[in-house]
Write a protein that binds this ligand. Structure first.
Ligand code: 7PJ
Length: 282
């Protein structure tokens, strides 16, 4: 049993999502390096094919990303990010699932919302000038994530005196800013940002204390899928981190995570189905 009453619903653009059970967010990267072939048409086709597969496997939401924010990645100009993301949104508009866009640029947020995005997933927690206004002007949901530093350099020397307290304070502050800026609480999701300016120990401490974050009373999203913390713990390269990723995902759900951002949707669904059956019987 969790010591708090978790939120039951999330308003999410064209959808109202029930949070009674954990939701699976499938990752859809549309960075050129994420598909081996070249041209834009080929990438669009590959992206929509991959999206259909994620939906068939049981994804509750799709998270479309046009900028790689992996440690050390170079920034992408906003107009290029828009050229990558908007055609995918147009192609998937009627796929029956909420479409999330992983971006920290207000220009990209506005374009994405004009093209039907239901959720803005912002690793910068709406700190960019104009980001709050872009989200307020719509009825989308927003994910506010914690990051220390910038993707290019964030893993060089992450430092906290009290990682759990600092991440919690940051997220509480960003939630207040969003609410004061006109975004209702029933549209807001929070995320500790596993791997974003954090050592392995920081990540483990955050996952272990996720119930403290969940106690803020907002749905918690967690992304651990294939991340380097799984590699560090198992010694596996990125293509062999499924078992470790599922284990971390379940540990997060047990501590109150309500949305899990994953690459391997079918396997995540299986893991959740088994856990849920046991939980229901308890
Ligand atoms: C996350 C994300 C995450 C949210 C990425 C990767 C890095 N958005 N975007 N939370 N991670 N909200 O998938 O390895 O953890 S990109």
């Amino acid at each position: 049993m969790l010591p708090f009453e978790p939120p039951r619903r999330l308003r999410c653009g064209r959808f109202v999502l029930s949070l009674e059970r954990p939701l699976v967010m499938g990752v859809l990267n549309v960075t050129p390096d994420s598909f081996s072939d070249g041209g834009r048409h080929a990438s669009l086709e590959a992206a929509t094919r991959h999206a259909r597969r994620l939906i068939d496997e049981g994804a509750d939401l799709l998270d479309i990303g046009g900028e790689s924010t992996r440690p050390g990645a170079a920034p992408v100009p906003p107009d290029e990010e828009i050229r990558r993301v908007v055609p995918v949104l147009d192609a998937l508009r009627d796929c029956g699932r909420p479409l999330s866009v992983d971006t920290r640029r207000p220009e990209v947020m506005r374009a994405a919302l004009e093209h039907g995005a239901d959720l803005i997933n912002d690793i910068d927690a709406l700190q960019a000038s104009g980001a709050l206004d872009a989200v307020r002007a719509s009825d989308c949901a927003v994910c506010l994530m914690h990051m220390q530093g910038e993707p290019g350099t964030m893993q060089q020397a992450p430092h906290y005196d009290d990682v759990v307290g600092e991440v919690e304070d940051f997220l509480a502050g960003r939630v207040s800013a969003a609410v004061e800026g006109g975004i209702d609480r029933d549209r807001i999701v929070i995320d500790p940002g596993i791997g974003f300016g954090k050592t392995l120990r920081h990540n483990l401490q955050l996952l272990g204390a996720l119930d403290e974050l969940a106690a803020l009373g907002l749905p918690v999203l967690v992304g651990v899928s294939r991340k380097s913390m799984i590699g560090a713990l198992t010694g596996r390269d990125v293509d062999h981190r499924l078992a470790g990723s599922l284990s971390a995902m379940l540990a997060a759900v047990l501590r109150g995570a309500r949305i899990v951002r994953v690459h391997d949707v079918a396997e995540t669904r299986d893991a959740l189905r088994v856990w849920q059956a046991i939980d229901d019987a308890a």
